[in-house]
Ligand binder design. Structure first.
Ligand code: ZN
Length: 199
């Protein structure tokens, strides 16, 4: 389908590869870019590249950060003996926004999903277990989503962590089933945290 220039077609293809962007949105974005001032296009491509090149995983909690150790892990005022395990950096941001959690995090970057072929080795689980061996941790709060994948991951984690004698809790199910943490309001997030249960 060569209705447009091959350059535009290529741009549409690239946009369509992004999550949540269908064929129509990809076209709309591509034509929008065509109408943008050249400097703005340059800024967009520069920021995409520089984010990709400069952002890395925190050596401690695996969240995305500009530094070797992220600001949360580097903060001595935080309670480093309480680790909240989340699926991604967006979930971490959701809890950070509440300003009520003073512990630290561990970001798995995914959840176990036998259906999608994502196993324990495909997420940042080894890093967590290593961390639990190295540091004195009194509680691990599992805050993965309440989707099937999130629950599977929570169960798997508790089986690994509990034998080590570390208190393992799961955030309460105030979080709707299948609900992504990042879309849930602060009150619900805090209620889920306060109402966490022992595993
Ligand atoms: Zn960190």
């Amino acid at each position: 389908m060569d209705y447009y220039s091959s350059h535009i077609n290529r741009l549409i293809e690239q946009f369509a590869r992004l999550p949540g962007i269908g064929a129509k949105s990809a076209q709309r974005l591509a034509f929008h870019v065509m109408n943008m001032p050249r400097e703005q296009v340059q800024q967009l491509t520069d920021s995409i590249l520089s984010a990709r090149e400069n952002v890395r995983y925190c050596k401690c909690c695996c969240t995305l950060t500009d530094r070797e150790i992220c600001p949360i892990c580097a903060n001595e005022k935080r309670d480093h003996s309480t680790i909240m395990v989340v699926e991604n950096t967006r979930d971490l941001a959701a809890y950070e926004k509440t300003g009520k959690f003073n512990g630290v995090y561990h970001v798995l970057h995914g959840a176990i999903s036998p259906m999608l072929g994502i196993g324990p080795d495909d997420i940042r689980l080894k890093e967590l277990m290593h961390r639990l061996q190295e540091t004195d941790v009194s509680e691990v709060i599992i805050a993965t989503n309440s989707s099937l994948e999130g629950e599977t991951t929570a169960m798997y984690l508790s089986k690994l962590i509990k034998p080590a004698g570390i208190r393992t809790t799961r955030i309460a199910s105030g979080v709707p089933v299948g609900g992504d943490l990042e879309y849930i309001d602060e009150v619900t997030l805090l209620r889920a945290l306060d109402g966490r249960v022992e595993l």
